[in-house]
Write a protein that binds this ligand. Structure first.
Ligand code: ADP
Length: 368
């Protein structure tokens, strides 16, 4: 099904709205003069003939004015009405898109020990309508409680791996296993509960900060507070009860970095067995990113975590680093192991970043 949000359609729609609005305004002005004029004339005749008292003439004139005042408001809302119909049509069409993903029925076992293991087996994937593999022959086992970093140049397949893991798409080849079972077989709602994810394009809502953290109107205030503190939002905690964005009561405007901290606090609040951070810290400076990433290990304890960052210095603390290149996993190992391979991609990327930091007087980043 094709969405009707295309630009030519929008232009056509806007022209139709403009025409309708001009037409309705013209009709209104003409009818206003004719009806209002006739009404006043009729009242004048009736008053002159003594059939209507002077008091009633004033009353009826007021009524006519009010009626046309109201009509004026209605006519002026006509374009708004058309535009909101147009907007909602798009949403309805989007909601009506068919979901052809396989829907598993198997319940996900609830484990208080959080012992869930994930394995990618020979996974390959192309985005619909594209010819190139975004991920090719990908194999990786996520050990329980492991802190894994994924690094690689832009477009190397890091986000695609996270999207496949969350089952936003299904692999074209291979399978992803949760405790040995293909994830397609599980109930999607229960499977999704296993992951706290922060994507680069996370969204905050124009609600209170605490509600944004909990993604709910009802939330545990103390817990939300702790999660914000853990995400480094401490200094603004005083205004926790306020709204994000001005215009809502005494709401506050937050910076990109603060928004990212709220999104990270949301991931902590969800308290799921897997935490996936897909560069939510890109708007922060490298030191702040390092502090959040490395401090995260302590906050999340024995949960399994995947950290994506294009800054290698932020991922040094991870037990294992997976290096992606052009849709393939090309290296894995700890920071020091990977650096020993001086012919490898990781070494090349590390040297390139080190050079950049040295040239910009940020050598301290190499030591952290
Ligand atoms: P990374 O996270 O490493 O920057 P991605 O996983 O986002 O890389 O992208 C891997 C490849 O898939 C890139 O070539 C990218 O252009 C392509 N890609 C990503 N998202 C889409 C999409 N929605 N449709 C088509 N191609 C996509």
């Amino acid at each position: 099904m094709c969405l009707t949000m295309s630009a030519p359609y929008n232009v056509r729609w806007m022209k139709a709205v403009a025409k309708c609005s001009a037409g309705s305004s013209l009709c209104y002005v003409v009818s206003e003069y004719i009806i209002e004029g006739t009404s006043y004339l009729l009242m004048a005749v009736l008053a002159a003939g003594g059939m209507v008292s002077l008091g009633n003439v004033v009353k009826y004139a007021g009524c006519i004015r009010n009626m046309f005042g109201g009509l004026d408001k209605v006519i002026k809302r006509v374009p708004d009405l058309f535009l909101s119909v147009r907007r909602n049509l798009g949403i309805l069409e989007l909601a009506a898109l068919e979901d052809d993903m396989y829907k598993g029925k198997l319940p996900v076992e609830k484990r208080s020990d959080g012992h869930y293991s994930i394995e990618f087996k020979n996974v390959s994937f192309k985005y619909p309508g594209t010819e190139q593999y975004a991920l090719k022959d990908f194999n990786l086992k996520l050990n329980i409680g492991e802190k894994l970093a994924i690094v690689g140049l832009n477009g190397s397949g890091k986000t695609t791996m996270i999207k496949l893991l969350c089952r936003l798409y299904d692999p074209d080849e291979g399978e992803i296993l949760l405790n040995g079972v293909d994830i397609k077989k599980f109930r999607q709602d229960q499977y999704s509960e296993l992951f706290s994810v922060v994507f680069q394009d996370f969204q905050l809502f124009d609600f209170e900060i605490g509600e944004n953290v909990a993604a709910s109107r009802n939330y545990d205030r103390e817990r939300a507070w702790k999660c914000l503190e853990a995400a480094g939002f401490g200094e603004k905690l005083k205004s926790l009860d306020t709204y994000i964005r001005k215009g809502y009561g005494d709401g506050i405007e937050i910076s990109g970095g603060e928004a990212q901290k709220i999104a990270i606090a949301r991931a902590i609040y969800k308290d799921a067995p897997f935490i996936l951070l897909d560069e939510p810290t890109a708007a922060l400076d490298p030191i702040s990113e390092y502090e959040i990433y490395s401090g995260f290990g302590k906050i999340i304890g024995d949960k399994t975590a995947i950290y994506i960052s294009h800054r290698l210095s932020s991922c040094k603390f991870c037990e294992r680093i997976a290096v992606f290149h052009e849709g393939r996993l090309i290296q894995t190992g700890s920071h020091s192991e990977l650096l020993r391979d001086t012919g490898g991609k990781y070494y090349e990327m590390w040297e390139a970043q080190a050079q950049y930091y040295r040239e910009n007087g940020q050598e301290a980043l190499l030591a952290i």
